[in-house]
Each structure stands twice: as C-alpha cells, then as structure tokens.
Design a protein around this ligand. Structure first.
Ligand SMILES: [Zn+2]
Ligand SMILES: [Zn+2]
Length: 180
C-alpha cells in the first residue's frame, strides 16, 4: 500500500488508457519487460511526491493546467534559491496520503493572501494555495518523484523583472513581468 511507484510515463489520453487497461494480459507481460515501474493503470497516480524526510507524501492524478517558474521575492525565500518551479493542478486531483503540513499565510507576489504548506520537521516547501485560484493547487515540482522535473518543463515564467541578470530564460517559456 505504501509502496507507490511512479507509474505513468507517457501522456496517454483517457481513451488510450482505458484501451490499455482492457488489453489482454500477454501485452502487459511484454510491457513489464521494458519497464518494471509499470503497475496497474487503474491504481496509479500520475505523480507522487514527498518532503525531504518523507513524513508528508502526496499523490496527483492527471496533468497540470500550467507549469511555471516564479521569480518573485517570496519564492526566493521559500526555496532558498533563485526561483520556484510550480505545477498547477485541480484540487480534486490532489491527495495527501501521509502526514500533515504546517501552513503559513502571507501576501503573495500579486498581493493576495497565499497559504504555503510545508513540512514542520524538515522544512520542505511543498505546495501553495490562493483565493484567486480557488479550485487549484500550486505544487512545487521539486517535491515530485522520478522524472517529474524533466516532464513538467515550465511553459511560463512569472515576475521576470526579479530574475537575476546571470540567469537566462527557459527556451520557449512565455515571459511575464508580473504574475499570472
Ligand atoms: Zn519532511
Ligand atoms: Zn513566486
């Protein structure tokens, strides 16, 4: 039960997934030889993640509506780094499977109160929520397992005015001087 693999390694549509689930067992045997991470498509979360100490673990089903880097001053503080890497999912796709985060509330980069959820033990910043994005949750891509960082290439960059001069922009990402 606790042994959750990163199972979805392709972008199959729902139709393709159900076709795959109905495939005869012999095709799955072939698949297992190529990729031993493959588990039952019905059970698999698209993404799994955790804080550094693994007290808090999450699962997400489906793909994000948006992916972005944020260069705002808050994200520098939370990450202790030059920017944050974010993926925005519907809240309905997001599940906390273990632990309980601490929550810190603060005005976000665009002035609205944002709540930041982090691990009270290891300090890892995991996700944030904002009243302007009521049904959505902003997950820090760095907490997701496997090849999520590779897969979730940022399609936009926010608050680019705050990006340090020594850092280039992401190839192909929409550049926004302010927020969303
Ligand atoms: Zn932790
Ligand atoms: Zn930010």
């Amino acid at each position: 039960m606790n042994h959750v693999h990163h199972a979805s390694r392709s972008n199959k549509s729902a139709t393709q997934q159900s076709a795959y689930a109905n495939a005869p067992d012999n095709s799955r045997t072939v698949n297992q030889k190529r990729n031993f991470f493959t588990t039952s498509p019905k059970m698999a979360a698209t993404y799994t993640g955790s804080c550094k100490c693994a007290a808090i673990r999450i699962e997400i089903t489906g793909e994000p509506a948006k992916t972005s880097l944020c260069h705002c001053e808050n994200c520098k503080k939370y990450s202790g780094s030059a920017y944050s890497a974010n993926a925005i999912f519907p809240k309905s796709a997001f599940t906390i499977v273990a632990g309980e985060p601490k929550v810190y509330e603060t005005p976000g980069g665009s002035g609205n109160v944002t709540s930041i959820s982090f691990c009270g033990n290891c300090g890892c910043t995991m996700w944030s929520e904002s009243p302007t994005l009521a049904d959505l949750i902003i997950v820090k891509i760095g907490v997701l397992d496997g090849d999520a960082m590779e897969k979730l290439k940022p399609r936009g960059e926010l608050f680019t005015k705050r990006r340090p001069g020594w850092l280039g922009d992401v190839d192909g990402a929409v550049q926004m001087e302010a927020g969303h």
